[in-house]
Design a protein around this ligand. Sequence first.
Ligand SMILES: [Mn+2]
Length: 391
Amino acid sequence: MRILHCSDLHLGRKVSGSIYSDYFKERYQDFFKAFKYIADFAISKNVDVLMISGDIFDKKDLSPDTLEKAEEIFKSIKDAGIRTIAIEGNHDRIFDFENVSWLEYLKNKSYIVLLRPSVRNGEVFFDPWDGKKGGYFEIEDTRFYGVGYQGINFPEYIKALSELDDDHRNIMLIHTGIGDLKMPGFVSSKDFECIDGKFSYIAGGHLHSKSIQKIGKSSIFIPGSPEYWDIRESDQKGFFVYDTQRESVEFFESYRRKKIEKHLRLTQDSNLEENFMRLFSESAVEKGAMYLINIEIPFGVPLNSDLSEYESFVEKSGALNCTINLRQIENNQIDNESPMSIQEIENSIISKDKNFGSHSRSVTQAIDMLKSANDSDAFEILDKLFEDLVK
Ligand SMILES: [Mn+2]
């Protein structure tokens, strides 16, 4: 059996900004193109099964257009005789007790097998798929178990799988972050010890960059999101093909929007404009590409420029989008003529943190908002922050 494993498609993702801009319109299409490429690949290579480890959709509320486009691709996969097995991610999740997400709709149309463990009297069960629901699905000698996004309860669900027999090849789909970050949406590698060696393939989702995490005898394969959910994500993105006969796993790059990253390191007395223009003197701006420009500036040096003007210069030269990422770097000789704002100081401290560094902008914004928020808003702010952090 040959199984294609992808994750975090985030169909329907809408970038912020004007809905009439090319950036907004093109990026909306990009996520469908990336999924279409995976579907066409699966069909042309005759794979037997497609696994999606959560976050099929970007939002739990869909626009009709998003559903229509998604359905068209799922239909082509189904018509080719490929079985799709999926779980829910945090972006697909539902908060109420009605238990109806749009994945339920795809399931009812027989586009996907939607796996969900069930809970009875506080205990977790993986029931066989009965055509409508179930915790595992069986094809020949292989069983697929699904654990969608469970927040902090994830370890309880893993524990329920520790009694599995050895008569089958077991595969698991999960949507969770793995690491020692103590926050909702992350589990530690210790939580996987109880199932060590029981699964021949663990299909991970949630993290948007490709990685293969070895935990004991098992490996968790994380393909990443095929498109850039956030421009700061790394370029390691794609999908895996697992061949159960050969016991081989192969990685393939996703088809996605071109991203060009550039770096600029400023010193105390360097001229931003001159240095910035030099970035584009050798190679012109590439039409349709997205640019991420990292500017490093010594701690304490004020930047008396409007960075959005630089961003729009790159966009007017043909780029689909330009994002400037400003980072303060350590400098022992701080000249305190122009004091930094509290936010700049917070940002510069957080940007050095091992866990939160790459999210310093979101964290600083949340801190700033929390300072003036009332209790009910605070929950929303923190919820949004967690979502930014765990994606
Ligand atoms: Mn995601």
